[in-house]
Each structure stands twice: as C-alpha cells, then as structure tokens.
Design a protein. Structure first.
Lengths: 796, 335
C-alpha cells in the first residue's frame, strides 16, 4: 500500500516484531533440543523427538526430546543427589542464585518474549509487557524468600524432590511460579513443560547454566502425558505441583493417593465477571477484554461468565459488541494485534465444538464482521447472550475467546449465579460502591477476587482455587507452604503412642454391667441428639474386653443428615472471631466443670492411668483455650503487590469439613481436630475414635450447654473408615481430615478426587497429641482455612 | 454461523473547514444525563496504559499517519513576546508544513498538506489573516480571559465577539474552574451556552483545563455540560496548567463524546493540548481516537492537536522515513 492510499483510509498495517534473534537461537541448536538433566544436555533414552509448532503460522519451530521413564528416573536421581547440598546451603546463597536468574531473565527478556510468542501464539505485547516481566518479578520476590526462610519460617523445612508439570498457556510464567518458590525453599525440582510449548523452558535451562546453578537443582524434561505420568509416579518424588486441566488433576490425585506425596493443583475455572449497575461501564468493557480476550481466552482464571445486572445489560452488551469490532486478531509477533493464535488444531476444534453447542442450545452468538487470518489457528472473539445457567457454555470451561453472558436481578442472585459452578478459581466484581464490593467479595467461592480489575498478578499475592479448581496457592507467603513441611512432622511415629496404663479387674467378661440407670448414647446432628438411621448399636469394650457401653452405629444416611445439618447452619462463619472465641471459652469452662467425669471415661475406655487421663482432660481444656485465643488472631495480610492496590489476603473458613478422629486420645484427639476447625468458622462432621467414642458423645452435652449453634459440630459414631469414605465421596463436603490407617488414608485421597476436596491424612502415622508441637498450632489452622486474595485498586 | 454486522465505511475527509459535520447545537440542561457518572481511575489508567502497546504503525503506515497528523495541528503561538513577525512565520509554516522534496518522495506532492489551523491571541488575528491570505486555513483565537478565565462573563463574551469580528473562525474558550470544583453545573452550562451564542458562526472549542480538575468523574461531568451547552470541540488544556493533556484524561473525555453522540447524534470534536511534542505521542493520540471513536473522528473537523513544536518532530520523522537517515531540526524550515 502506498502512503497516499493509507493517508486516505487511515488503516493499520502490519507491525512485526523481528524473529531474527529467536531464529538464531533455534538455529544454534540445529532446531533440535535435548533434556536438561543434572546440569547437562542429554539425548533422550527414547531416541525420539517431537515437533514444536508456531500456531500463528503452523510452521515447525524445532524438535523436542521425548523423555521416557528412564530419563525421568535420571532426572529425579539428579535432583535427589543435588538435594542435600542445595537444602543445606545458606538462604543467602540460594538468594544469590535466584537473584542471578531474575537478572538474566531481564537481560534476555526480548528473546524470551519473542520465543514465547512464536511457540505459544500469544501476542508479543503480552509476553513482552506481562509474562516475562512477571517471570523476573517472581524470581526477585522469591530470592527474598530464600534469604528470609530461616528467619521467617524457622519451624519449617524443605520437602525434597519436587515434580512439576505445567501447561502451555503461560509456559515460562508457570515455570517461574513453580521453580522459584520450590528452589527458594531449598527443594530441588524436575519440571516438565507442556509438550506444545517447551522452548522457553529450555532457554531457561541455559540461564540456569549461565548463572552456575548447582547441577541437578533444576532439571527440565520434555515430553507429553506419559512423561508426566512417569514423573508423578516416581517413588523418589516427594511432591507434585501441577497446573492444568481438572481432569488431569483428578488423575494425578488418584495416582498419588496414599503415597504420602504432597500435592498442589491449580486447575480449571469458569470464573464469574460480575457487573453491577453502578459500575463504570466503559471500564467494564476493557475489563472484559482483559478477562476473556487476554491470551485468546486460554486462561484458567479467564472471566468467562459475564453476569450483568439486568438494568444495564443491554447497554453493556452493545458496548462490548462495538469494542469487539475493533479488536484485531493476527500473528503473535504483530505489535498491532489484540488476540493471537489458539495453541493448536485440537484446541481450536474444541472451541468450535463448544461454540456450536451454544448455538444449538439456543444462545445468541455475536462475532465481529471482520474475518480472522487463515494461515494459523485463529478464532474470533465471541459473545454469547441469552445464556442460562443450564447452557453447556455456562458450565464448561471453553478455554478460548468465548464469553457467556447472563443477567441477574439482585445482589443475592449475583452471588448465587457466581457460585453456581464446580470451579472456584477467580472472580471479578465491578461496582463503584466499595460497600457492595467488599460485601460480595467474601461471598464468592473463589481464591481470587478482583475488584474493578481482572487478570492482575503479582509474585507477592497468592493465586489458587476453591472446589474443583484445585488446592494450594502460588505466590505470596501463603504459596511458600506448598514447598515446606513442618519440622515437627519428623516426630510422627509409625507405632501407637505409649501411654501409662493400669490393670482393671476383668470381672465382667464382656457382659453388660451397670451401676444405676442405663445410658443411651446417641449421635449428635444439627444440635439434636439423634438415633441412628439403621437402628443398630455397637458394644464398646475396653482394652481387656470389659464392657464399657453401647454406641450408635451410624450409616451413610446419618452422614447425609449430618452434612445437611452442617450446611443449614449459617450463623457460625458470619460470627466475629471474638464471638467464636467466647463460645470456645465457654466450652472449656463447661468441660472443666466435668473434668473428673471425662477423665474417668478415658480410663474406662482406654485403661490408661488416672494421671494420664487427668492430664489428657487438662490438655483438652488448654487446647480449647489455644484456639479460642487464635479465633480472633489468625488473620491475613495486606500484600505488597502493584501500584495503588490494596491486596487483602484473607484466611477464610473452608466451609464443611469432615473429620475422622484418631483412635488414641479419645478426648484430646477429638478436641485437637474439631476445635481448630470450628474456631476458624467451619462446620464439622466428626467421626470419633471408633474404639473409644464416648469422650466425643459425652461432649455433645457440653456443646448443648455452651451456646454452640446447631449444626456447627455434628457427631456420627460407627465404623470410622466406612463413614469416612462416605464423607470423602460426598460432593457437599469441602475438606476431609483423616487420622487412621495407611490404607484408610489412601482410600480417602482416592475418593476425594471426584470433587477435589482438600484432604489431610496421616498415612497411618501416629501423632502424640499431648505434644504441643504436634497436637496444636497454626498447621491446624492452615488446614482449616484457605487464603482468598482480594485485589482492591484505588484512586480518586 | 456467526451473525455479523456491517460497519459503516467512513473515510476521513481531507483538510477543509467545517464541511461535513452537522454542528452540535447543544441540548437542554439535564443533570440526569451525567449524575450517575462514576469514572474508575485505575481502570481508565490501565486501558490508557495498554492502548499504545496494543497498536503500532510502522513504515509507510507511519508516514501516512504522520502526514495526516499535520492536518490535525492547531499550530499555536501563545506567548507574551509574540509579534507580527513570528506570527507571519508561523502562518507560512502552516501553509507549507513539509518540505516539497519530502512530499515528492512520499508520493504526496499532489495532496494539499497544511495544518488544521493557526492559533493565536486576539491581537494577532489580523496579522494571521494577512499572512494566511486565501489559504483557507482557519484562524483560531484563544478567548475569554485565557488562560485562567477569571474575568467577568460580560467581558468574556465581548472578547469572543471582537475576535469573531476580527476574522477568527474558531474560538478556544476556557471554562470557570470554580464552577466545576463546586459542582455548579447549571451555571457552567449557562456560561458556556452564552459563549456559544457569542461565537455565532465561529466554531467553539471549550477548554476544560483538566489539570485543574481533581477527578476524572468531574472531567466527565464538565465534558457533558460543555457539550450540552453547544461546544463544537472539547479541549483538555490551555497548555498553561501544571498538568497538560494526558492519555487517561483524553480517554475519559472521548468516552463522553461517544455517549453524547449516541444520545443526540451530534459529533463533538476533541482537542488535546499542551505537552504534545513528538511524533510518537501524536500517533498514540491518533490511535486513541481511532480505537475509541472510529475513523470518522480522524478528521480535522473533529480532531485537533494544540501544539507548537510537534510539527518539527514530525518533519524529522518523515525525512527519516524517506532517507533512512536520522534527521536534524535545522534541516526543516522554522515555524
């Protein structure tokens, strides 16, 4: 086109970023890449390589090594070998390496950006202005955490060898999110990038070489699902960190069940983008662009469900449609586009299929008048209106530039629609009323709430989900715990805790003995004593076979009733910490009044000495005090994130937690698990010690007299593993703690995968509940809460 | 599959005076139209910050856009030491802003390239008129107690009348900032409407002096009131405030222009002024206009820059495009 023609039309032209340096990098490797294991480049044992494609052009960029299980074994071996040196190194020395990596990323930032855009198809604007700067920021931030680990987290230590599997949508950024905290905390890693986007990870490996990172601390193995499976299943990997689809997350959960591997999962989402009528609608439109047309909508936290207040819906839709008309789709290296290419043909097909489904189901589609280029995997921005919550496109993660819009009438309905999803990763709330914004934010079941902004990230703030969006946080102090374990855990025992016992006269031979009136032990559901649905009772004997009493035999229907009762209770989580503390102190007070009775019960059931039993009740009272104290003190943080933004990291109650109590310490085990959970505002369904249940059932009388609202604590007695498994399979239970056998632990982790509930199991290990370092503290509160980050930008 | 919508093809008109646009006659004062406005500062700044990074014009596109930019310039001198001499020089430059050899190299020798207007104080209107002759470049005069506006309304109106009588085709007025600060919107409406009446056939550019308005929300409301009162253009700054035209404040004003047009059908022009010194900035503003209002607004009837040194940088960039060598300012005739 001539200058004169352009002068008339005032059109945009191509503005390509040069690919020269990136191509030189690829050529320098003969466009064939190997595995980075133990600081060296190794040819894969599989002897096979696969292609990496530029989605903007469908051209081949290079050949990537396919690691097989032998390669994975080598990489894990290298990481294991490097672990002692790296974890013993001073935090300061580790900090220097992380700092050097950050600097090196910055020095080569344009090469990283260009390579990432070519490999992934995302616009150069995004890699240059968002992805790569965030990568450097992540290493800087965690260099600081390496420096501070021993001062700030003295009770924790590294986990060991970490296996990390990352997706293709933010290849280098996800690498940074995984590697930076892991190595900062003293772990060594084996990371597998997604098979379609390995190149920047390999360039990153070169940077590790350049800064002299000790061999084996970071290993990069490339490959597809099988390689990932080999890593997940490797016996020497102590933790798996995964970002990707919810389906694969579930597979990993099942594969690692019972192995003792820690797990953090950052999975899919169908995040709500809520617009109230008083929002700045023109800014909302740009928010929508950032929400769903950022990275072609291939973002796990994409605001893909637009929920608009009815009064402004048509006005907003018009503005969005006008804006869509001016969006530009094209080659990722063009500096004059908004939307690049979809990652590959499979994904493009998925998107097209789901869009067709939306059309078939009667939703109204709108796409701009212009056409996408034909040479790559492109898809136009798409808006669906007349969508209902039952539409497929309102429920399923499309992972493409497709927005599904719905309307709401009231604030309450907005929250209801927002939470009407299996996912819970992120959300965005638009209103100029701070009262409304801060009212809505805590009600949304999602790990991130962006007020009047969206898709904003920073290394100092945690990111991660609720529900089937996974668990664990990345970023911020909360993210560090994914790569740490409490030092006290080394004192967990593989044998039962020895307690002083005394001989009882075994006169009864198991026969029922009573002194006075027969006591009927019931269950406790919704604040009422409840008979078991099945109508059965189980005889409980002491260690020497003497009859102690009979306990209700709970079944799955009792569990169902207990979960329903827990959900009905709505006035516990909303209480202030101070108010919950009052109730807890009252519990301690009432327990103290009946100290002797509880002590006798322990002796009766467990044959322990009077002194030991007395001590147990004393400890239980003290423990209640501990959590009453914490109830208004375990609070969050205001993170140092971006300019003019208050980022609130709030610990929130998980909701309904199932607890299978330890067998030993019938009272203290019950108190030590139930009280921290309810102190944080959760409601619990407790299965007490199967062999010594009466401490728990006696306790409901104390609950009844201590102003604990109905439904906060629900006690179902009976077969522990059987009941725990019903709870693990229950979709309306959000977390489960299990203190039982090794096999039982495995079952719980396995069964919890379906709704991705958080689990905390003991893998058959025994905890000395009388030891404060193991029996109480913030570790319990961490398991009882998740951190929600609420981003509140300000400026008048 | 997709339901598509055809978009009106609008090609920007070539340089001409008040040709194609139906003039904004204003509408009755109505607070309901702007009471609910609440501009989110952070969100506006985010959009403003990414806009220049989402678009880029290079090579011949850049050359064409820069030539177009020249037609948007209100080539301005508003200094205490202005004389007949420098106003003559300015007008000569307005008529022939780019060296002929450069235009030839660009294949644009047969296209008339001149600035959008020249902008002077009242006392120099006559000299400008003499210097511009029959070039049809309009003279814009700053008026109404520029730059503070703090003189009696009666005198402000008189100034407008005198300037129009002296031959100004465009009048740049300043609004009373105290009325904005105290939210006296009706009074502001009445003042601006009176100015508009005093302008008669001359087009009125209303300067909000956004650097002295504390919030974007008030900038938006002042924009609404100014448009309701019949402004042909709304303009950011006098160039004399501590903060001049910025992209975020322009974005806020452009969004009100768009809404006003949707409501009334009137297209109101926009003029950022102050601090626009180089070609890159000019391109960013043009991108902003194209993105927010569309190609129709890339037209001197609806978009102007208030600038004095911008043209020099554009000339150097154009020469660079032609020769591949970085240019020096002494190679281009002074304004």
């Amino acid at each position: 086109m001539t200058v004169k023609e352009i002068y008339k039309t005032m059109a945009y032209g191509p503005a390509p970023e040069s690919a020269q340096i990136a191509n030189e990098f690829l050529d320098a490797h003969n466009r064939t890449f190997q595995l980075f294991i133990n600081g060296q480049w190794k040819k894969p044992n599989s002897k096979s390589h696969f292609e990496s494609i530029n989605p903007s052009t469908k051209e081949k960029l290079g050949m990537i090594a396919e690691a097989n299980s032998k390669d994975v074994d080598d990489a894990v071996g290298a990481a294991k070998k490097a672990l002692p040196g790296w974890s013993k190194m001073s935090g300061h020395k580790r900090a220097r390496f992380l700092y050097a990596i950050a600097r090196q990323v910055q020095k080569h930032s344009r090469l990283f950006s260009v390579l990432e855009s070519m490999d992934n198809g995302k616009p150069i604007r995004e890699t240059r202005d968002i992805d790569i700067p965030l990568v450097a920021r992540h290493f800087y931030h965690h260099a600081g955490w390496a420096q501070l680990r021993d001062t700030e987290l003295p009770d924790h230590k590294e986990i060991g060898v970490i296996g990390q599997i990352i997706p293709w949508n933010f290849p280098l950024l996800m690498l940074a999110w995984k590697i930076a905290p892991a190595i900062a905390m003293g772990n060594t890693v084996v990371l597998k990038p997604a098979e379609s986007t390995s190149l920047t990870a390999l360039l990153f490996a070169e940077i590790c070489e350049q800064v002299g990172l000790p061999k084996g601390v970071v290993n990069i193995i490339t490959g597809a699902g099988e390689t990932g499976a080999a890593l997940v299943n490797h016996k020497d990997v102590q933790k798996i960190a995964f970002t990707g689809s919810t389906n694969v997350g579930k597979i990993i959960r099942r594969a690692t069940a019972g192995t003792g591997k820690k797990l953090s999962l950052e999975l899919g989402g169908k995040s709500p983008f809520i617009v109230f009528e008083d929002a700045d609608l023109d800014s909302v439109v740009e928010g929508v662009v950032d929400a769903i047309w950022f990275n072609q909508g291939q973002v796990c936290c994409a605001g893909s469900r637009l929920l608009v207040q009815e009064s402004v819906a048509e006005k907003l839709y018009k503005k969005i449609r006008d804006r869509m008309e001016t969006l530009r789709v094209g080659n990722a290296l063009d500096k004059c586009i908004d939307i690049g290419a979809i990652i590959d043909s499979t994904q493009l097909k998925n998107i097209k299929g789901l869009v067709q489904k939306g059309v078939d189901e009667g939703c109204t589609i709108w796409q701009p008048s212009w056409a996408c280029p034909k040479d790559g995997y492109f898809y136009p921005p798409t808006l669906f209106t007349d969508v209902s919550p039952s539409s497929t496109i309102a429920q399923v993660e499309i992972f493409g530039p497709v927005l599904s819009a719905m309307t709401f009438r009231t604030h309450k309905e907005a929250v209801k629609l927002a939470n009407n999803t299996r996912y819970g990763l992120a959300s965005s709330v638009w209103t100029e009323n701070i009262n409304l914004a801060l009212d809505i934010a805590p009600q949304i079941k999602a790990g991130v709430v962006w007020i009047n902004c969206t898709n904003v990230f920073d290394a100092a703030a945690g990111f991660g989900g609720y529900r089937e969006s996974g668990y664990g946080r990345e970023g911020g102090k909360e993210g560090l715990y994914e790569y740490l374990k409490p030092k006290a855990e080394q004192n967990l025992s593989s044998k039962p805790i020895a307690r002083s016992t005394k001989k009882t006269k075994s006169s009864s031979n198991g026969a029922m003995t009573g002194n006075g009136i027969d006591r009927t032990t019931k269950m406790y559901i919704g604040g009422k004593q409840a008979r078991p649905d099945g109508g059965y009772s189980t005889v409980i004997k002491d260690l020497e076979g003497n009859y102690v009493g009979e306990v209700s035999t709970g079944n799955r229907k009792d569990i169902r009733n207990a979960v329903e009762a827990a959900h009905k209770c709505t006035n516990w989580g909303s209480k202030t910490g101070h108010q919950r503390a009052q109730v807890l102190y009252y519990l301690a007070e009432n327990l103290a009044i009946r100290q002797e009775e509880f002590s006798n019960r322990i002796v009766q059931m467990t044959n322990c000495s009077n002194a030991a039993a007395n001590e147990e009740v004393e400890s239980a009272i003290e423990r209640i005090y501990t959590y009453a104290a914490y109830a208004d003190k375990y609070d969050g943080a205001v993170h140092h994130t971006i300019h003019r933004n208050v980022t609130l990291a709030m610990p929130e109650a998980i909701g309904v937690i199932a607890i299978a109590c330890p067998e030993q310490y019938s009272l203290l085990g019950f108190i030590s698990t139930v009280i921290p959970a309810i102190a944080m505002g959760n409601k619990v369904i407790v299965v007490p010690s199967e062999t010594a249940p009466f401490s728990a059932t006696d306790f409901y009388q104390i609950l009844e007299t201590s102003d604990v609202p109905a439904g906060v604590v629900n006690i179902v007695t009976g077969g522990k593993d059987e009941l725990a498994q019903v709870l693990a399979k229950h979709d309306d239970v959000e977390a489960i703690w299990y203190f039982g056998s090794k096999e039982g632990s495995k079952d719980i982790e396995l069964l919890s995968a379906d709704n991705m509930k958080r689990t905390w199991v003991n893998f058959g290990k025994y905890r000395d509940w009388s030891d404060k370092s193991l029996g109480e503290g913030q570790e319990f509160l961490k398991h009882a809460t998740h951190i929600k980050n609420i981003w509140v930008p300000y400026g008048a | 599959m997709a339901k598509t919508k055809s978009r009106k093809k609008v090609s920007p008109s070539s340089n001409g005076v008040h040709s194609s646009i139906k003039r904004n006659d204003g509408i009755p004062f109505n607070t309901e139209l702007f009471d609910g406005i609440n501009v989110n500062k952070s969100a506006v700044e985010r959009r403003a910050g990414s806009l220049g990074k989402r678009r880029s014009v290079k090579k011949q596109w850049q050359a064409a856009w820069l030539l177009k930019a020249i037609g948007f310039i209100d080539l301005t001198t508003l200094a205490g030491d202005d004389t007949k001499g420098n106003v003559y020089r300015l007008c000569a430059k307005a008529k022939s802003p780019v060296r002929q050899d450069i235009l030839e190299a660009l294949g644009m020798a047969d296209v008339k390239i001149q600035t959008g207007a020249v902008c002077v104080y009242h006392n120099f209107i006559k000299h400008a008129a003499d210097a511009l002759g029959d070039s049809n470049i309009p003279i814009a005069a700053v008026s109404t107690g520029f730059p503070s506006g703090n003189i009696p309304l009666k005198e402000r109106l008189k100034q407008i009348e005198l300037s129009v009588a002296a031959g100004a085709k465009e009048i740049d007025i300043v609004i009373s900032r105290d009325l904005v600060l105290n939210s006296e919107w009706k009074k502001l409406y009445d003042e601006v409407a009176a100015c508009r009446r005093a302008c008669g056939e001359a087009h009125m550019k209303t300067i909000l002096a956004t650097g002295e308005i504390p919030t974007y929300t008030k900038v938006a409301k002042a924009s609404w009131v100014s448009m309701m009162a019949g402004s042909d253009f709304i303009k950011t700054s006098t160039g004399k405030e501590p903060v001049n035209a910025t992209i975020p404040v322009s974005l806020v004003m452009l969004r009100t222009i768009r809404e006003y047009q949707e409501l009334t059908g009137y297209k109101v022009g926009f003029k950022p002024a102050g601090g626009i010194r180089n070609a890159k900035q000019a391109l960013n503003w043009m991108i902003l206009i194209k993105e927010e209002l569309g190609d129709e607004w890339l037209n001197p009837d609806l978009f102007r820059f208030g600038a004095s040194s911008l043209l020099g940088d554009i000339e150097r960039q154009l020469e660079h495009y032609v020769t591949g060598r970085y240019s020096a300012s002494f190679r281009h005739p002074l304004a």
